[in-house]
Design a protein around this ligand. Structure first.
Ligand code: SF4
Length: 343
């Protein structure tokens, strides 16, 4: 039996063609599953009884189970999900006025081992399926009142999305499909540590969501030390690849820059960053480091962060200091590690 959540539109159309069922039936099924949250094929009353039975013989419909919820003082909620194989991952829901952003995970753990990231300390345990990726969004929306449903999705939770390429692409297609989840592709962002070959491949896909790059350093020696992936794809290789990325006219690449005291937060770093990105249409998110137990890094002072930002603004960049959300519940950027696993 296969979980229908996450099963691609293309595959379902092919299956229906094999069954002699017209392809518009896929839209009806998706409407039940993704818009009405139906879990039983028998409730899909505009399908014939035979088709309902056939579907029930092949598929089931299930979302990841919410194992735990932790509410932050700032209103954010961290969800701990239990997956079918017993693994756990986290998502963080962050309200900001009308905008509700959900940060979702793509892997259990991560093999890239960035030294400022708690997830990276776990190593890679397993990849999520497409259904488990979109299931986080669907389950959170089921859990919250309609007014609080996620409006934006960021793939910045546990894992490197481009290291789980096929499942992530299937999940993204379902997210932005007008037949399935109908999220605007402007409201979906994939964040990568810079797997250059995969970025090139992703540029060729028919998926036009936002791209964010977790950069975090301006010199290879520093980036090698905090992001081992840089040894394989050094900064110049990454930037050259991004220069060729087929950005839509009104879009910008987002650069995420975690500021680590004494490591990458100097005025010289800010100057180098300004030069490095000068030929790219981009914006920069500065993220003062979010601490976790066992980490020796510290966040820079507010003045240092401001000075770093001011230099970038003086060079005409859109540079934002990202409010850390959910730091008290280890829900902020780089702090996700499916905590309840070890409790
Ligand atoms: S920052 Fe992202 S890519 Fe790096 S270890 Fe953490 S989850 Fe993996």
């Amino acid at each position: 039996m296969i979980n229908l959540i996450g099963y691609s539109e293309q595959k379902l159309k092919q299956l229906f063609a094999d069954w002699g069922v017209p392809s518009y039936r896929v839209n009806q099924v998706f409407s039940w599953v993704y818009h009405r949250g139906t879990k039983q094929f028998n409730d899909m009353t505009n399908l014939s009884k035979d088709l309902r039975a056939q579907l029930a013989n092949h598929f089931y419909i299930a979302l990841p189970r919410i194992a735990h919820k932790t509410q932050s003082r700032d209103g954010s909620i961290k969800y701990l999900f239990e997956l079918e194989n017993g693994s756990q991952v986290e998502s963080v829901w962050m309200p900001d006025g009308a905008r509700k952003t959900l940060c979702i995970s793509s892997q259990v753990g991560c093999r890239l081992a960035c030294s400022f990231c708690l997830t990276g300390t776990l190593g890679l345990k397993s990849n999520l399926t497409a259904g488990e990726i979109i299931g986080q969004y669907l389950a959170v929306n089921e859990d919250l009142p309609e007014a609080d449903h996620a409006t934006n999705v960021v793939m910045m939770g546990m894992g490197e999305p481009l290291d789980n390429y096929d499942a992530v692409c299937d999940a993204l297609r379902l997210m932005v499909s007008p037949e399935a989840m109908r999220i605007s592709n402007r409201k979906v962002t994939l964040s990568t540590a810079g797997l250059v070959d995969r970025i090139r491949q992703f540029a060729q896909e028919d998926i036009h969501i936002n791209l964010a790059i977790s950069l975090n350093a301006t010199e290879d020696s520093t980036r090698d030390a905090i992001m081992p992936i840089n040894k394989r794809y050094p900064i110049k290789t990454l930037i050259d690849c991004l220069k060729k990325y087929p950005l839509k006219p009104t879009r910008r690449i987002t650069f995420e820059y975690v500021l680590l005291k004494g490591i990458n937060d100097s005025d010289e770093d800010a100057v180098r960053l300004g030069k490095l990105l000068s030929t790219l249409r981009c914006k920069i998110n500065l993220i003062p480091f979010n601490g976790f137990e066992g980490s020796s890094y510290e966040a820079p002072s507010e003045e240092r962060v401001k000075s770093f930002q001011n230099h970038l603004i003086s060079k005409k960049y859109s540079a934002f200091i990202r409010k850390s959300r959910g730091t008290d519940i280890l829900g902020a950027c780089g702090q996700l590690a499916a905590q309840a696993m070890t409790c």
